[in-house]
Design a protein around this ligand. Structure first.
Ligand code: 5AD
Ligand code: SF4
Length: 463
């Protein structure tokens, strides 16, 4: 385990440079990683480091990696190349890497042989030791590597530097037991472990006291949450019910759900709990029973469609998004047509579409019938077109109506506009009304009338 040498490096640094050492953190992948980065930043802030967006202005760069698809790997190694240049300019520059890729032996081997400028390497099960490893690096002047094969303790009460003041990511469970045949996550994040309900509820109470109005409950498969409470095991619907009671909290979201664990009780929560947002991300992955079986998804297309029907019956306004993989080994034209049909039947508000990418050491890596790249791409383009057309049509249904929007901040593309999300997670942009300080509207839930519908967002005006 790492030693701690709290703040001596930081104090010296401040004396020498007249400022705190600056950390840039780049996050690849999912919201679990986003949250891990918030925790690492929280821990470093406690030690006196400050955050900086630009890597070029940093003294420490951290890359928090993802290994779900191949292009994330490629981007990581590309970014490491850029860090080498920064290190050449400034030998005191510190480079740290963490996250899912570090749980794969072939990546560690590659870092050891070809990337000598990487200073600290830490896995997914002990990211909280990263600051201590940085201290060790400074003291011992040699590379620090700490990868645990599995989680040894539940990480509790870690500080977090949130991206937003008014909304927070909250882990409720870690890991995944599902072993979908294409997926690396069960190997990089380990088996399912649920946090205790008391810890989760206390964390949310503290967040609300700190100004949070919306929480996103995170887990690879939140609906199989089983937390050991003081009075026995809690399942996910009970946890939601308890969180719904927290005074001052306005909105609850969760992700990701696995269709096989979407129980009737959980579906009924959407009808019962006023704070639970009417939005669900329910990855389907494919619209062919044969492909689903080979993916080890453990449901059929008809089961999935029944879930959608029940969800819409419970909450007619619910918005639904999904993940779809194109070109899984053995996918025929007919299987792919099944996926297109499913998309047309469900009519998703949005869908994340992925080209199947071979992941080392997963069962699907060994499947013989890999789909040709050109076929994959052609199918992918057709799917994206179908998905986008439906998203645009669905967004048109919002025209002229007024929705409650939680304002997240200024629009990324227009500094005179604010942007936020509806309860159904639709992105809405609206101009800052004249004479009003936009900054003061951030974190508020406001009524916005929709005046224009685009494929991926809505435009509106404050009412
Ligand atoms: N290839 C392509 N997409 C993948 N996903 C997971 N593993 C792979 C893979 N090997 C997608 C799934 C999952 C999302 C997070 O990433 O659709 O739901
Ligand atoms: Fe991967 Fe399947 Fe687990 Fe999701 S449910 S993390 S796709 S193995």
């Amino acid at each position: 385990m790492s030693k701690t040498n709290r703040n001596t490096f930081v104090e010296d640094f401040v004396k020498r440079n007249g400022r705190e050492p600056r950390v840039s953190i780049t996050t690849f992948g999912c919201q679990m990683n986003e949250h891990d980065s918030e925790i690492v930043m929280g821990l470093l802030k406690e030690r006196g480091y400050s955050k900086v967006e630009e890597r070029g202005e940093a003294d420490v760069a951290i890359l928090n990696t993802c290994s779900v698809r191949e292009n994330a790997d490629k981007r990581f190694f590309g970014t490491l190349g850029q860090l080498k240049k920064l290190k050449e300019k400034n030998p005191a520059f510190i480079t740290c890497v963490c996250g899912c890729m570090m749980q794969q032996q072939h990546i560690i081997d590659k870092l050891k042989t070809s990337y000598p400028w990487v200073d600290v390497i830490v896995g997914t099960h002990n990211i909280h030791t990263l600051p201590g490893l940085m201290d060790n690096l400074i003291e011992e002047k040699k590379r620090q590597l700490e990868i645990l094969p599995e989680a040894v303790e539940m990480m509790e009460e870690l500080p977090s530097q949130r991206l937003f003041k008014h909304k927070a990511l909250v882990n409720i469970m870690y890991g995944c037991n599902n072993f979908c045949t294409y997926c690396i996550v069960p190997y990089t994040r380990g088996r399912e472990r649920s946090r205790s309900p008391e810890h989760i509820i206390q964390e949310i109470r503290n967040l609300v006291a700190d100004g949070v109005v919306e929480v996103m409950l995170l887990g690879q498969n939140v609906n199989s949450y089983r937390g050991a409470g003081e009075d026995g095991t809690w399942e996910f619907p009970r946890l939601l019910e308890a969180i719904n009671e927290i005074e001052g909290l306005e909105r609850i979201r969760f992700m990701t759900s696995h269709p096989k664990d979407m129980s009737d009780e959980l579906i009924s929560s959407f009808g019962k709990l006023d704070k639970l947002c009417k939005y669900v991300h329910l990855p389907v992955q494919a619209g062919s029973d044969k492909v689903l079986k080979k993916m080890n998804r453990r449901y059929k297309v008809s089961d999935y469609l029944k879930l959608i029907e029940k969800l819409r019956k419970t909450a007619s306004e619910i918005t639904i998004s999904t993940d779809i993989i194109v070109g899984f080994p053995g996918e025929t034209d007919e299987d792919f047509e099944g996926t297109l049909n499913l998309v047309e039947t469900v009519r998703y508000d949005s869908a994340f579409t992925f080209l199947y990418s071979i992941r080392k050491d997963t069962p699907a890596e060994k499947f013989k019938d890999q789909v040709e790249e050109s076929v994959k791409h052609e199918r992918f383009n057709r799917l994206v077109e179908a998905v986008n057309k439906i998203s645009a049509e669905k967004n048109c249904e919002y025209m002229g109506k007024t929705y409650k929007v939680l304002v997240d901040g200024f629009s990324k593309t227009n500094a005179l506009s604010l942007s936020g999300r509806t309860d159904g997670f639709k992105l809405v942009n609206f101009p800052v009304p004249e004479g009003i300080d936009g900054e003061r509207l951030i974190g508020k839930i406001l009524d916005v009338k929709i005046t224009e519908a685009k494929t991926f967002s809505l435009e509106g005006e404050l009412v």
